[in-house]
Design a protein around this ligand. Structure first.
Ligand code: ZN
Ligand code: ZN
Ligand code: ZN
Length: 149
């Protein structure tokens, strides 16, 4: 945790920004809730528990800055709400999501399953892939199991 905060601090410094206490509380909330896909409002409510003086606008600006620096990715699962998702360290491309249409759970796939597709696209369309968004919509294993009972 501390190491990751340090590395994010360095990334900000390289881009000419400081990790102010407000920015740091926001970063810590994202790291502590890494498996979740929090909206700006969710992040704000969690940050506020520890830093009551912080405002929504400050949290929002920090999230936008982190997005700009590709420390987090802004995603939308089709419900109209922007969510913020930490990019995994060392990952060149964004991870994939499994979205359950019954319970709304969002699970992540961190393996790179797209190498063949990427190769085909690059060759056939002469297109250099920098990133992608991939979401699967369906029934998660939890909902699937309870359907069978
Ligand atoms: Zn994710
Ligand atoms: Zn990829
Ligand atoms: Zn489900």
């Amino acid at each position: 945790m501390e190491e990751r905060v340090e590395r994010i601090k360095k990334q900000l410094h390289l881009a000419g920004y400081k990790l102010t206490p407000q920015r740091e509380s926001t970063v810590r909330v994202l790291l502590e809730n890494e498996e979740d896909h929090l909206s700006a409002e969710d992040v704000y409510l969690l940050v506020k528990e520890k830093s009551p003086e912080i405002g929504l606008a400050t949290v929002y600006r920090t999230l936008e800055l982190l997005t700009e620096l590709t420390i987090v990715d802004k995603i939308n699962f089709g419900d109209g709400v922007s969510r913020y998702d930490l990019r995994h360290e060392g990952a060149q491309h964004f991870h994939h999501h499994l979205i359950c249409t019954i319970c709304g759970a969002v699970d992540e796939i961190h393996e790179n399953l797209l190498s063949d597709i990427e190769k085909t696209v690059e060759e056939r369309w002469n297109f250099k892939i920098k990133d992608h968004r991939l979401s699967f919509h369906g029934v998660c294993h939890r909902c699937h199991d309870s359907e069978e009972q």
